[in-house]
Write a protein that binds this ligand. Structure first.
Ligand SMILES: [Zn+2]
Length: 132
């Protein structure tokens, strides 16, 4: 049961993210987040850290930058304000991957984003030393 619940929570967050893109239905996105959180509570499944940064912990609304959340960097903290209920969430800034970044395998396929590995490969090829 826990395995099924975990799959459903993941699937619901993928659906929610899809609704968060331009043209998506934000109300439906909020609903997916609420359902995922309820399943997580019922079967004691933790929400993946990558997804924990994508919604408001107070009102469960899906966070879409500029539409339902405002992010500001202030005094070494990332301050995110929910534009639906006004809750403020502060995350200390640190080196390494951002707390909200999605680990490999969990990301939603997107053609607009060039994977970091490919981008660095292209850079490395263009910087080959010339023969003398
Ligand atoms: Zn909120």
């Amino acid at each position: 049961m826990v395995r099924i619940a975990r799959e459903r929570v993941g699937a619901l967050f993928v659906l929610a993210e899809a609704e968060g893109r331009p043209g998506g239905d934000l109300a439906q996105g909020h609903r997916y987040v609420r359902l995922a959180r309820r399943i997580g509570t019922r079967y004691t499944v933790r929400i993946a850290p990558a997804y924990r940064e994508r919604y408001c912990r107070s009102c469960s609304s899906l966070w879409v930058e500029g539409r339902t959340v405002r992010t500001r960097l202030r005094r070494g903290c990332r301050v995110r304000s929910c534009l639906v209920c006004g809750r403020i969430r502060r995350t200390p800034l640190q080196t390494g991957p951002a707390p909200g970044s999605i680990p490999r395998g969990l990301e939603v396929p997107s053609t607009a984003v060039v994977p970091a590995e490919e981008a660095t490969e292209e850079l490395a090829e263009s910087e080959e030393p010339e023969e003398e």
